[in-house]
Design a protein around this ligand. Structure first.
Ligand code: 4NP
Length: 147
């Protein structure tokens, strides 16, 4: 799960998807395209909304996406078009490129981007929580059928 800062959207996506899959079968992680907050906990507003829905993301620490992640992961879900471009720029092969998907593309309707809630209020975090949750339910259903 990738966003810009790895403190708002992708930590939520990591926590939500982890809550829906068997960790023995599926490894979920998150990272940011930017390095502004490396080592930090998720944003307190992400921690708060996740907690409201019974998910604890306080143990997560921000890291920056690394090209080795193309080897380590089968699918790289990105939150918005800018993340998509930034990750594609790091791809070294067609196989790397094919791993990169917009998270909300798993749903059959728009909007196709998870908007950046960083500069907004708490409502923005609630909004992105529900978008991410819906997409992760769909991903988890298909993963759980494989396992
Ligand atoms: P995120 O949100 O990409 O969902 O983690 C942001 C967090 C921090 C910044 C931008 C977006 N920032 O510019 O510091």
């Amino acid at each position: 799960m990738v966003c810009l800062g790895n403190i708002c959207r992708s930590p939520l996506a990591e926590g939500i998807l982890k809550s829906k899959v068997n960790s023995a079968n599926v490894y979920v992680d998150s990272a940011g395209t930017g390095g502004y907050h490396i080592g930090s906990k998720p944003d307190s507003r992400s921690i708060e909304i996740a907690h409201k829905f019974g998910i604890d993301i306080t143990n997560q620490r921000c890291r920056k996406f690394h090209i080795s992640d193309f080897e380590r992961f089968d699918v790289i879900y990105v939150m918005d078009d800018s993340n998509y471009e930034n990750i594609l720029d790091l791809a070294n092969s067609a196989s790397d490129e094919q791993k990169v998907k917009l998270l909300l593309d798993v749903l059959d309707y728009g909007p196709q981007e998870v908007p950046d809630p960083y500069y907004g209020g708490k409502d923005g975090f609630k909004n992105v929580y529900h978008m991410i949750d819906e997409a992760c339910s769909k991903i988890a259903n298909s993963l759980n059928q494989l396992n």
